[in-house]
Design a protein around this ligand. Structure first.
Ligand code: 13P
Ligand code: SF4
Length: 314
């Protein structure tokens, strides 16, 4: 990696590069605070896809993980998409290899295939409609009641949606390493110590955590809940990056990251956290690493993504 001059105002340099190159920085809420602060747009997976679909920038700088940058590229095949670190993957996307998923689909013929956006472009290409945690219920409800549904790759989100929608879906057995790490025992103990704190959780968490949560929602929904709710203390069961925006918009409130089941910082996504401000600066300056994809794959993966965007527009 290129080294950066000591004394360089990296925020100022990034802003200069944005203007010079007509670039837009799209960042997920799970990015480090300094990356969120320099981004043009911060959002959850759905908002980032919607933003990517309408950008007028020449270069998209994606501060997130690989499947998110792929989504931006699929929606903008002629634009340059760069990432601070191309190795930023996703354990959930990795839990669903395309060849195995294709065989799984064949075992369940005549089902509508709905895949969570956290999957590879190859899996998207095998899918009828993409969804995110923000719009999954709406997408599922758009499928006629007499049709069977395959839902992939997150089994926790899938089980939560089966309960919410009453649809009996066939679930792929995948999960996110970050959202499966929370300790029910430690959360219960924390609640005893902070009886006024509300537990808010992302639906990628396991069922025992969701069962005791006061509120469940996508990253954006959790943020909005903390802004509008009249409580003052929250135990947050999702990736820690979101706490930056929660604290920024409600500085008088207290946010406690939900404890993992061991002593590591496992509720930091190791993939998201591969991106740093220095890598962001370098990728803008040198316009690499660039995300490149095969045109046929982009075309096949675009269809279910566009279907999601159409269904989410009202
Ligand atoms: P959302 O951005 O849809 O809340 O998903 C969370 C996530 O795990 C992204 O990788
Ligand atoms: Fe993937 Fe989980 Fe990290 Fe999101 S938090 S990028 S789902 S590993």
């Amino acid at each position: 990696m290129e080294t950066i001059d000591v004394g360089l105002d990296i925020f100022e340099e990034i802003n200069k590069l944005k203007n010079e190159k007509n670039a837009v920085i799209l960042a997920h809420y799970y990015q480090d605070a300094d990356i969120q602060d320099v981004a043009d747009f911060i959002g959850d997976s759905l908002a980032l896809a919607q933003q990517a679909a309408k950008t007028k920038a020449d270069m998209i700088v994606f501060a997130g993980v690989h499947f998110m940058a792929e989504t931006a590229k699929i929606l903008n095949p002629t634009k340059k998409v760069v990432m601070p670190d191309l190795r930023a993957g996703c354990s959930l996307a990795d839990s669903c290899p395309a060849d195995k998923f294709e065989a799984f689909i064949k075992q369940h013929p005549n089902h509508v295939v709905i895949s969570y956006i956290n999957c590879s472009a190859e899996v998207k290409a095998l899918t009828d409609i993409i969804c995110t945690s923000s719009n999954a219920e709406k997408i599922i409800n758009s499928v006629p009641k007499d049709k069977g549904i395959i839902f992939a790759p997150d089994k926790n989100l899938g089980a939560y949606l089966v309960k919410k929608t009453g649809r009996n879906m066939v679930l792929w057995n995948g999960a996110c390493m970050v959202h499966e790490i929370f300790s029910l025992e430690k959360i219960n103990h924390l609640r005893e110590l902070n009886p006024k704190a509300k537990l808010i959780a992302h639906p990628e968490c396991e069922e025992p955590i969701l069962r005791i949560a006061d509120y469940i929602g996508s990253t954006t929904a959790l943020l909005k809940f903390t802004q509008e709710d009249n409580g003052n203390e929250y135990i947050v069961a999702t990736e820690t990056g979101i706490l930056h925006q929660m604290m920024k918009s409600s500085p008088h409130k207290t946010f406690i990251p939900a404890p993992p089941n061991n002593s590591c910082a496992c509720n930091d996504c190791p993939h998201m956290k591969l991106n740093t401000l220095e890598k962001l600066y370098n990728c803008m300056k040198f316009e690499k690493p660039e995300l490149l994809m095969k045109p046929e794959l982009m075309k096949a993966a675009e269809k279910p993504l566009r279907r999601m965007l159409e269904l989410s527009s009202n």
